[in-house]
Design a protein around this ligand. Structure first.
Ligand code: LR7
Ligand code: MN
Length: 540
């Protein structure tokens, strides 16, 4: 099913094959634009170029404006500059020179479906994206290009492109946002591999083979290209650094992270793929079946944003890994703002999307998200049942594992705490009694009880906190209670001996008694009733 091959041979072959295809399969547009064709053009794909001019021109008529500022407002990039360029323009080869002659394992059949969603995209940019895929993907690897029109104003933006070979167009009947649109595209795709692209990209020479090669080695791998820059003003194509990984901060905003010096040292070969905690954006290749098992993207995410974090964290925690492949290059028009509306507002949408991710994947660490984004607490995120079911079914690892093994750069904001979460003994948890004037008791562990899930032990102050209160053993009492924290109170200073929690002033241990009772008792090494676990332990 897989075979090895050298890149330069197929590139030439495919160019030839495509010329043939272009001549033989564009009946629809040939009919439509026959008169223009007589005028004749030069270039490798004359048929397409004639139609291209008409396609782009008609799109512009709809939006024509004499003021550049308005043209910019429409797409948040310079549409005129894009319109001036051919759809099959040559690009500088930005790969390391060794990528050109490397051998790659690729499937021996048309295995790849490319999914591109768009909402009111500039026609010239959309067309260039599609043509770059058709021209720079070997015919014998590409099964189809699926365009999902996310309810653009002009139905023909996508409709006319259905005349191109291998291109299928589906249209949403209402605005779904890019995330559900991609899921829709993925659901109708038939190729064994999916690739997602934005609608203003240009894939560069040999972009697909190195991605497929990685998945040939490990089917649970998700492979991303290095994303080159297409300048939003000039549309000039520029190489970007191949030395950056993706990450995020506690507000769940994406961040670029330079490779650490040890990672750099390990990489003697600059063409070698490297691991990344998060994919930079939404451009990646994944096995279709596995993507489906992962539940695709969380379909509760709206319009734009954070689905790259969602899918990345999910991939890592549920048995996969994520790589950036420097020999694969795809250009993208980066812009400074969104040229489209968010029905619920931009900030709210992002906050809601990220809260879903925090609730499903961050476990107890979600409190850091809420510390960074307090207003998220109030937002209703709808049902998470589906996501939680997938997490359970696939037996996904806890977020703590991700922090230790995948993303150690993400530091905890509250370095003072060395353990936090629930304070457990088997299936029972220490809990503040509601309206109980500071009393604590043992109760069944559940995630939804705040008075149970936000304990923290600070090695720095030796205190055991529950929110703003501290676990206290009043003088001459054997019953621990919650009281206001006092910096120098000996009744609030604890230490951990193994799994025991010891009050420093008298050396007694915290113990669960009969029923729901909690008390202080002489320490006994073997007593299970004196062994406590926090959900999250931080290495100090
Ligand atoms: O409602 C919408 N419906 C859509 O179909 C809104 C957008 N879209 C389309 C849109 O036309 C475009 O093709 O969705 C695509 C992405 O939207 P952009 O281009 O407006 O946003 P972006 O460039 O910021 O996109 C980045 O972030 C997104 C977060 O949801 C996705 O992950 C995109 O895939 C991601 N883009 C990239 O990764 C390109 C490389 C950038 C980097 C690094
Ligand atoms: Mn984009």
């Amino acid at each position: 099913m897989w075979r090895k091959r050298r890149l330069f041979r197929i590139t030439m072959l495919s160019t030839f094959a495509l010329v043939v295809i272009y001549y033989s399969t564009t009946q629809l547009s040939t009919l439509r634009y026959r008169t223009r064709r007589k005028a004749g053009t030069t270039g490798p794909f004359p048929t397409l170029l004639v139609h291209e001019a008409v396609y782009v021109q008609q799109g512009r008529d709809r939006t024509r404006t004499t003021r550049t500022a308005d043209a910019l407002a429409l797409h948040a990039f310079n549409e005129r500059a894009s319109d001036r360029l051919r759809s099959d323009r040559p690009l500088p080869d930005t790969r390391h020179h060794r990528c050109r002659t490397a051998e790659y394992a690729v499937p021996d059949y048309q295995a790849v479906s490319v999914v591109i969603t768009f909402h009111n995209e500039a026609r010239s940019a959309l067309l260039r994206t599609v043509v770059s895929v058709l021209n720079r993907t070997p015919d014998d690897l590409l099964f189809e290009v699926i365009l999902v029109d996310d309810f653009s104003v002009n139905e023909q933006d996508g409709g006319l492109l259905a005349a191109l070979p291998k291109v299928k167009v589906i249209r949403n009947e209402r605005r779904e946002g890019l995330i559900r649109s991609r899921v829709r595209g993925a659901s109708v795709a038939q190729g064994d591999f999916l690739v997602f692209l934005d609608s203003h990209c240009e894939v560069n020479v040999g972009w697909l083979e190195p991605l497929l090669d990685r998945v040939a080695q490990n089917p649970y791998l998700v492979a991303s290209p290095v994303i080159d820059v297409i300048d939003m003003d000039s549309f000039q194509y520029r190489s970007s650094s191949a030395q950056l990984k993706g990450g995020f901060d506690w507000s769940l905003h994406f961040k670029w992270i330079p490779l650490s010096s040890s990672e750099k040292a390990k990489r003697s070969d600059p063409t070698e793929p490297f691991l990344s905690p998060v994919m930079a954006g939404g451009l990646f290749l994944i096995q279709r079946e596995w993507f489906q098992q992962l539940g695709m993207f969380d379909q509760g995410l709206e319009i734009w944003g954070a689905e790259n974090l969602e899918v990345s964290i999910k991939v890592w925690l549920c048995g996969g890994r994520l790589e950036v492949v420097p020999c694969s290059r795809v250009g993208h028009v980066f812009r400074k703002k969104h040229p489209y509306s968010f029905p619920e507002g931009n900030a709210n949408t992002y906050l809601r999307n990220t809260k879903r991710i925090a609730e499903v994947w961050l476990d107890d660490h979600k409190r850091f998200f809420y510390e960074a984004r307090p207003s998220a607490t109030e937002i209703d995120v709808g049902s998470l049942d589906n996501q939680l079911k997938i997490k359970e079914q696939l037996n996904c690892k806890p977020f703590q594992w991700y922090l230790e093994n995948v993303f150690p750069e993400l530091k905890l904001p509250n370095e003072e705490n060395s353990a936090f979460g629930q304070l457990k003994q088997g299936s029972l948890c220490l809990q503040a009694e509601e309206g109980g004037g500071g009393k604590v008791k043992m109760a069944q562990c559940t995630d939804s009880v705040g008075s149970q899930s936000s304990w923290a032990f600070s090695a720095h102050t030796s205190a055991i906190h529950l929110n703003k209160l501290c676990l206290t053993v009043p003088r001459s009492s054997k019953v621990p209670v919650l009281q206001t924290c006092r910096q120098h109170s000996q009744q609030q200073k604890w230490s951990r001996h193994g799994r025991a929690l010891v009050l420093l002033s008298n050396g007694f241990c915290l113990e669960s008694g009969l029923g729901s009772e909690v008390l202080m008792a002489e320490c006994r090494r073997s007593a299970l009733s004196q062994q406590w676990d926090f959900t999250v332990e931080l290495q100090t």
